[in-house]
Design a protein around this ligand. Structure first.
Ligand code: SF4
Length: 347
């Protein structure tokens, strides 16, 4: 069952070569759940898997991420993250469109100012992959994007507030934007003396490591602030040689690499799976940073792991790993001044 798939699907439906560039790889991604199942030899399981062919949150998966899934395995942890299912259409109490209160903390279009010394820019609604548990899957990106008007409103907001020390690029996925567009933002921020740190939150280096190309590396290297790239990987199977090489390229230009994972039912809610993820991340030069409780967004309830179970898992993890390999278990709560740590008192 092990990944003949990747190879088989790669030869039948060519995966774009690195040389063709990351934009082509995004365009060539799998955009149809039936095709995804067919590539994995699972077409005859569509009914059992309760597939939703018509979800308004479209299927989107880079082909080289599909190639990391196990052929013929409906429970593959990477597949489960991207599989549109009919459960997403159920209405469940407590699951809402904006679970972390982004919309109530919009200070300007696409500028989320929740925490005292930092602002988060919603740079774009685009992502290379559509993760079914995404807490911004209902975000109104068409109205609220900081990149509008050549970033002018966002830059003015930051310039006028000396308490802002850190800029966080988020989305969507900020690395979905062309490097030249990112550069147009940072060119306007460079002379703002109160900015001290620059952070990029992105899943793209994991699902599409060719995004970390020479142009992006040149941009990062030239930034005048310490740069932190917070990656998003949920399972060790996501970390292949291309991801390891990508991480090395980023470290070589001085970026600090952290990872945040989301605790997801049937994907990584197992101490051995989490242990393996931390080990693979560290081997790639990426520190495990946060293990996020699922944000309770409409359509994602089937991924939820309850708090007590999550705390027990992290406590087991602490018995197995050095402290620096144990990610902080946190929950984001709307209106709070910071993320809430849940495992402060180890047993
Ligand atoms: S890459 Fe991030 S923003 Fe995009 S769908 Fe996945 S979780 Fe959401």
């Amino acid at each position: 069952m092990q990944n003949k798939l990747g190879i088989a699907s790669v030869t039948q439906q060519p995966v774009p070569a690195q040389a063709q560039g990351w934009k082509q790889a995004v365009r060539d991604g799998v955009g149809d759940v039936a095709e995804l199942l067919q590539l994995l030899g699972l077409s005859n399981q569509a009914r059992t898997l309760t597939i939703d062919q018509n979800s308004p949150f479209a299927t989107k998966v880079p082909r080289n991420f599909v190639a990391r899934m196990r052929y013929g395995d409906p429970n593959d942890p990477l597949l489960q993250q991207v599989l549109a299912r009919t459960q997403e259409n159920e209405t469940v109490s407590g699951y809402v469109a904006d679970p972390v209160g982004d919309l109530t903390r919009l200070a300007a279009p696409g500028v989320v100012h929740k925490y005292a010394d930092r602002v988060l820019l919603i740079t774009t609604g685009a992502c290379a992959v559509h993760c079914r548990y995404c807490f911004r899957r209902h975000f109104p990106y068409d109205q609220e994007v900081a990149a509008k008007d050549n970033w002018s409103v966002a830059v003015r907001y930051i310039r006028e507030r000396p308490q802002i020390r850190e800029i966080i690029l988020s989305g969507g996925d900020p690395l979905s934007l062309d490097t030249a567009k990112l550069q147009r933002l940072t060119d306007q921020l460079k002379d703002i003396e109160h900015i001290q740190r620059f952070r990029i939150h992105s899943r793209q280096p994991i699902v599409l490591p060719e995004r970390i190309d020479d142009a992006l590396l040149t941009w990062i290297k030239a930034l005048p602030w310490p740069v932190v790239v917070v990656l998003h990987s949920n399972h060790a199977n996501e970390i292949d040689q291309a991801v390891v090489d990508m991480a090395k390229r980023l470290r070589n230009v001085g970026a600090t690499l952290l990872n945040q994972a989301v605790l997801l039912r049937s994907i990584n809610d197992d101490v051995t799976v989490l242990e393996h993820l931390s080990g693979q991340l560290f081997a790639a030069g990426i520190l495990p940073y946060y293990l996020n409780m699922l944000d309770q967004v409409q359509g994602a309830q089937h991924f939820y792991v309850p708090k007590d179970e999550a705390i027990a898992l992290v406590r087991q993890l602490r018995h197995r790993l050095s402290g620096y390999l144990v990610p902080r278990l946190v929950r984001e709560e709307a209106g709070k001044a910071h993320k809430i740590p849940l495992d402060d008192e180890p047993k």
